[in-house]
Design a protein around this ligand. Structure first.
Ligand SMILES: NC(=O)c1ccc[n+]([C@@H]2O[C@H](COP(=O)([O-])OP(=O)(O)OC[C@H]3O[C@@H](n4cnc5c(N)ncnc54)[C@H](OP(=O)(O)O)[C@@H]3O)[C@@H](O)[C@H]2O)c1
Length: 345
């Protein structure tokens, strides 16, 4: 059984990252938009636990949360207040019968060293299910929900994943392969990331969307057209995929990176007669991360990892809570591949 190393004494304060000010909705995020702060740490009250945060994941969705006008159905960050996001940690003090010291928990009070709250805000995870606690932070529930529940990618199909090197896309493509897809094609932003997709995680082909018109590159790589599209990007990539869609093709609309943080890619053109005559379907989805979705994915992920049938594409950033702002700025500059994991303890 895996174990956790626990601190003897609780520190007096916990370091945290606060939003200093909202960036311009379409502007660049810089270190000036963050402020480091400390909050007092005390023993837990009745029904509460104290959790040492061990890992947190960053995604560009936090950029949307820095915009009070975002359309996403999630709360935005407040200036002067600690930010929050998906994290795993270890219970170091407990005044609740529901969680014990040493338990591994997943929760949303990231961007800080320690989290304190009601035991109900923390979800226990089985340390032995996955190779390490950070694996619980994969984007698998979203990738599975989109690729399987939403469009049912299956045997013999040609699948295109846009934004294929990010945390969601890199798993979505592998899931399609595991379900028997004939050919999985990914788009990404550099030669290095193409190699990552094709040589490391089993995509059949990939292209760099900077290298010329997407429709031409995609047509070359998908001579038989597309049956399934998992779209993280929108814009030109969505329009190209529609042009190449086979009769009855299904689109899972996961993200709109080309328009999410500026740019006009969030409103691509859809030729209606093409959609009608080819019987295309388009389904947006917002993953609710229900216990069923999370537990189902973690069980499946653990089994596939043990069988060597899937890899967890991720980038680890060391440096603790202090490293979070720079890591987030680098994420938005597209420096990383796979799920971005910051080691906090
Ligand atoms: N529907 C849902 O339930 C759900 C749940 C979670 C996330 N999402 C969405 O899924 C998408 C992926 O999320 P994630 O957290 O895995 O990764 P992420 O952090 O959003 O992805 C970052 C990567 O996306 C690519 N990218 C950024 N801007 C781009 C642009 N304008 N055009 C093309 N590619 C761009 C970059 O890679 P390159 O170097 O390849 O350009 C970058 O490294 C996001 O749109 C997110 O909002 C949806």
């Amino acid at each position: 059984m895996s174990t956790a190393v626990l601190p003897d004494a609780l520190p007096a304060t916990s370091l945290e990252v606060r939003l200093a000010a909202y960036p311009d909705p379409e502007g660049e995020v810089t270190l000036d938009h963050f402020a480091m702060g400390e909050s007092e740490l005390s023993e837990p009250g009745e029904g509460q636990v104290v959790v040492r945060n061990d890992w947190m994941t960053l995604g560009s969705v936090a950029r949307d949360q820095m915009n009070p006008a975002t359309k996403l159905p999630i709360p935005v960050f407040q200036p002067g207040v600690a930010m929050w996001g998906r994290t795993v940690g270890t219970v170091v003090r407990s005044s609740s019968p529901d969680l014990a010291v040493g338990d591994l928990v997943e929760h949303f009070s990231g961007w800080r060293q320690y989290a304190v709250g009601s035991a109900q805000e923390f979800f226990r995870r089985d340390r032995d299910l996955l190779p390490g606690p950070e694996y619980f932070l994969s984007q698998g529930p979203t990738a599975w929900h989109g690729m399987v529940d939403t469009v049912g990618a299956g045997e013999g199909e040609t699948v295109f994943v846009s934004g294929a090197t990010n945390g969601v896309g890199a798993l979505a493509g592998q899931i399609a392969k595991l379900r028997g897809a004939k050919r999985v094609i990914g788009s990404t932003g550099s030669r290095e990331k193409i190699d990552f997709l094709v040589k490391e995680i089993g995509f059949d082909a990939a292209f760099d969307y900077h290298d010329g018109p997407v429709a031409e590159q995609l047509a070359e790589l998908a001579p038989d057209g597309l049956d399934v599209v998992f779209d993280n990007v929108g814009g030109e990539q969505f329009e190209a995929a529609v042009r190449l869609a086979n009769r009855g093709a299904r689109f899972a609309l996961c993200g709109a990176l080309a328009g999410q943080h500026g740019g006009d890619g969030g409103s691509p053109r859809l030729p209606l007669m093409t959609a009608i005559s080819r019987d295309l379907s388009f389904r947006g989805f917002a993953t609710l991360h229900t216990p069923d979705q999370i537990d189902g994915w973690n069980e499946r992920f653990g089994a596939w990892l043990r069988e060597g049938r899937i890899v967890f594409p991720h980038t680890v950033v060391d440096g603790g809570v202090e490293a979070l702002p720079q890591a987030f700025v680098d994420l938005l500059r597209r420096r990383y591949s796979g799920t971005v994991l910051v080691k906090l303890s």
